[in-house]
Write a protein that binds this ligand. Structure first.
Ligand SMILES: NC(=O)c1ccc[n+]([C@@H]2O[C@H](COP(=O)([O-])OP(=O)(O)OC[C@H]3O[C@@H](n4cnc5c(N)ncnc54)[C@H](OP(=O)(O)O)[C@@H]3O)[C@@H](O)[C@H]2O)c1
Length: 277
């Protein structure tokens, strides 16, 4: 029997990353659970199928240390899950906020892929390796007030599609496109917007910004899937002999993408403007 394959997951302190740890272990993988603060992983159940590692995807040093720590065992999969949402209308968004958003969601994802790919290549049999990018429905369409995040997830889509063209013959690349998932995401979103509410005072965006976060929170609470359901879909895709190129998670993601594709764009824009006005 082939030795167990290990999957490294970024951003396991909460949400989808945390749920992936349990789902992957239940499916027979060894899991390298990583987080910026490794102490957030302390409550994961110990076992010979779990390793905890500190990993900040924006730090080259942290990445190099994590790669070194993985050299002793058979890493065959990487799940690029770490990410956050930088909200705010583009007119008010500081270039530095855009930079930091891209540093984590895009450059960090690329740096992580580049760092672990040689190990996966070395360990995995042909078509056994897996690279998973957790993108978003907002990597296929855009909503107002989330320009930085939309742009970062569109970039993730492009990186996934490009990587698949380059290495997909030997290592399948899976792009995950969730809609609303009930996680810390929306709480983190409010932290990341910093002084945006004050900055928006007296601008045409003031009222919309205050309503915005609440609206997304309410939507996720009502219609969002659980992190476990999302993780389950991801692991099922990873386990498939012929992994899907895209995993659209949630009816909102599916319907949003269909509307964007098949309805007149003027109608889509009208609905989105009304919704986020
Ligand atoms: N929730 C949704 O509705 C939704 C929808 C579509 C896509 N997504 C995507 O799903 C992924 C997971 O998000 P989530 O919903 O599970 O949110 P979450 O609960 O906020 O989890 C995000 C994770 O990313 C980690 N992270 C952030 N910056 C990092 C960095 N520089 N290095 C390493 N880890 C970092 C966070 O760690 P810390 O605890 O250290 O901050 C946390 O573990 C993200 O890529 C997100 O864009 C989420």
């Amino acid at each position: 029997m082939a030795e167990r394959g290990w999957a490294l997951v970024t951003g396991c302190s909460s949400g989808i990353g945390r749920a992936l740890v349990a789902e992957l272990r239940a499916a027979g993988w060894g899991v390298v659970a990583t987080a910026r603060r490794v102490e957030t992983l302390a409550d994961l159940a110990d076992g010979d199928d779990l390793k905890r590692l500190a990993l900040d995807v924006t730090s080259e040093t942290s990445l190099a240390q994590a790669v070194q720590a993985c050299e002793g065992f058979r890493l065959t999969a990487l799940v690029n899950n770490a990410g956050y949402g930088q909200m705010g209308p583009l007119e008010l968004l500081r270039p530095d906020e855009m930079r930091v958003q891209f540093e984590t969601n895009v450059v960090g994802l690329h740096a992580t892929t580049r760092a672990f790919l040689p190990l996966i290549r070395k360990n995995a049999l042909p078509r056994e390796g897996r690279i998973v990018h957790v993108g978003s429905v907002l990597g296929r369409l855009s909503i107002p007030m989330a320009g930085a995040y939309n742009a970062s997830k569109h970039a993730v889509t492009a990186l996934g599609e490009t990587l698949r063209l380059e290495i997909g013959d030997s290592i399948p690349v899976i792009l995950v496109e969730p809609g609303a998932i009930k996680t810390q995401f929306r709480a983190t979103l409010k932290q990341a917007w910093g002084d945006l509410p004050e900055r928006s005072q007296g601008t045409p965006y003031e009222a919309a910004i205050l309503r915005y976060a609440q609206k997304r929170e309410d939507f996720a609470a009502q219609h969002g899937l659980s992190a476990e359901a999302c993780a389950h879909r991801i692991v099922r895709a990873m386990a498939s002999r012929r992994p899907p190129r895209r995993v659209v998670v949630g009816m909102d993601s599916l319907l949003g993408q269909m509307a964007y594709r098949f309805l007149p764009i003027s109608l889509v824009e009208y609905v989105l403007r009304r919704n986020y006005r």
